[in-house]
Design a protein around this ligand. Structure first.
Ligand SMILES: Nc1ncnc2c1ncn2[C@@H]1O[C@H](COP(=O)(O)OP(=O)(O)OP(=O)(O)O)[C@@H](O)[C@H]1O
Ligand SMILES: [Mg+2]
Length: 203
């Protein structure tokens, strides 16, 4: 099972939005996909419970399930403040890690510390795990976006894309959908912004 871990210790960074949309993408491609929600708030599972039966399926996974012998993709959504053993366990499972980052001083500072911490982890040191960053809710015309770029520029990690702020994600989520489950013409720009994420994950 190829596991994509979505993590950022800051609340509201966009982890669940990213997780559910990535799971939705794999499903739309006819891939076997599981979603594991490590957050007590269970937002990703709530989203999954809203998902209409007629859409390509996403299966739920948790600690009770065995992953051995399963083929396909596992998307792991994690809670804010993840640290210590739960973080270690999640990192051990991961083949790829995506860190969504909102352009704000608090998010940038928390993310700086988080990246420092996870880069010390064995698997990441060995280069066995790919790590990338995504700018979340970024408006390119703003000072905040500039400051985000300044933070990211010297960091030796791929920045896959910036996702804009749009109700497209919110409206889709109300129906248990991802942007890959709605009319492509209504989310054209968002699909474009997602392409580098897809290329990197599938690489
Ligand atoms: N690109 C976007 N455009 C508009 N709204 C967004 C976008 N990304 C996320 N949101 C909204 O921002 C809020 C926080 O996003 P989300 O729940 O995905 O973050 P999170 O990191 O999972 O939060 P938590 O740490 O609480 O689990 C949600 O209301 C979500 O719908
Ligand atoms: Mg969440």
């Amino acid at each position: 099972m190829k596991t994509v871990l979505i993590a950022n210790p800051k609340g509201g960074a966009g982890k669940t939005t990213l997780s559910t949309n990535l799971a939705g993408y794999f499903a739309s491609q006819g891939e076997d996909v599981w979603l594991w929600d490590l957050d007590k708030q269970k937002s990703a599972l709530h989203w999954l419970s809203l998902r209409p039966d007629w859409l390509p399926p996403i299966q739920r996974l948790d600690a009770r399930n065995k992953t051995e012998g399963k083929d396909g993709w596992l998307v792991l959504d994690t809670p804010a403040g993840i640290a210590g053993e739960p973080l270690d366990e999640a990192l051990k499972r991961a083949h790829k890690i995506i860190v969504p980052l909102v352009p704000s001083p608090y998010d940038i500072e928390a993310t700086r510390r988080f990246l420092e911490e996870i880069l010390k982890h064995k698997a990441l040191k060995k280069g066995a795990v790919d790590l990338a960053i995504i700018g979340m809710r970024v408006d390119a015309r703003t000072k905040a976006a500039e400051r985000l770029d300044e933070f990211l520029e010297p960091i030796d990690l791929p920045v896959l894309t910036h996702l804009r702020e749009t109700m497209n994600y919110v409206n889709a989520a109300f129906e248990g959908k991802s942007i890959f489950d709605v009319a492509p013409s209504s989310v054209e720009r968002d699909l474009e912004q997602w392409q580098p994420i897809i290329d990197w994950v599938e690489r």
